[in-house]
Design a protein around this ligand. Structure first.
Ligand code: SAM
Length: 159
């Protein structure tokens, strides 16, 4: 389901989209089934959302409960991928290149959000701070870089 082009927006011919290099590791459950009500950026006091992690990757959640904040990467699967120039307001006045925006319409539609981890329920992370449609595929989960202390030995030259 591609969104409609707005007057003056520019696209390019792209190869048939292929997602084969990525392996979806779960699915994100949110209250939003349409873009109209989905927030543009998640808020830490937004509604609870559920990040379901599929086996065997649920076993990779070990230790995650020690973090208050996580970085979530997801695949904005209902985006068009051919937009070079966009008119976010749809008013035909101001245009921006795709890489000057955080629009979901991009050649590789990866979304990222910093979320607050409320609790872990088995293979489900209950979080606040997401901005994706219900059913969005999950790509990766990482501890927030500010909270994370490397577990590997120091490397020469690193502080
Ligand atoms: N926080 C992410 C980022 O900055 O990378 C995504 C920001 S993007 C502006 C969020 C918008 O993408 C939502 O308001 C909604 O309109 C759209 N969106 C959310 N989930 C989507 C999906 N699965 N496919 C396509 N568009 C989606």
């Amino acid at each position: 389901m591609q969104s409609r082009l707005r007057p003056g927006e520019e696209t390019t011919d792209t190869a048939e989209p292929r997602d084969a290099a990525l392996h979806f590791i779960g699915r994100i459950h949110t209250p939003w089934d349409s873009r109209e009500f989905c927030p543009r950026q998640g808020k830490q006091d937004g509604p609870e959302c559920r990040i379901e992690v599929f086996p065997p990757w649920d076993r990779a959640l070990e230790g995650i409960e020690t973090y208050g904040r996580l970085e979530i990467l997801y695949w904005l699967d209902r985006s068009r991928r051919d937009l070079i120039r966009q008119n976010p307001k749809g008013d035909g006045t101001r245009f921006f290149g795709t890489f000057a925006l955080r629009s979901p319409q991009r050649p590789n539609p990866i979304g990222t959000a910093l979320v607050r981890l409320e609790r872990v329920e088995g293979n489900v992370l209950v979080v606040r701070g997401l901005d994706c449609l219900n059913g969005t595929p999950l790509i990766d989960i990482k501890p927030d870089r500010c909270e994370f202390t490397p577990k590997a030995p120091d490397k020469p030259g690193s502080e």
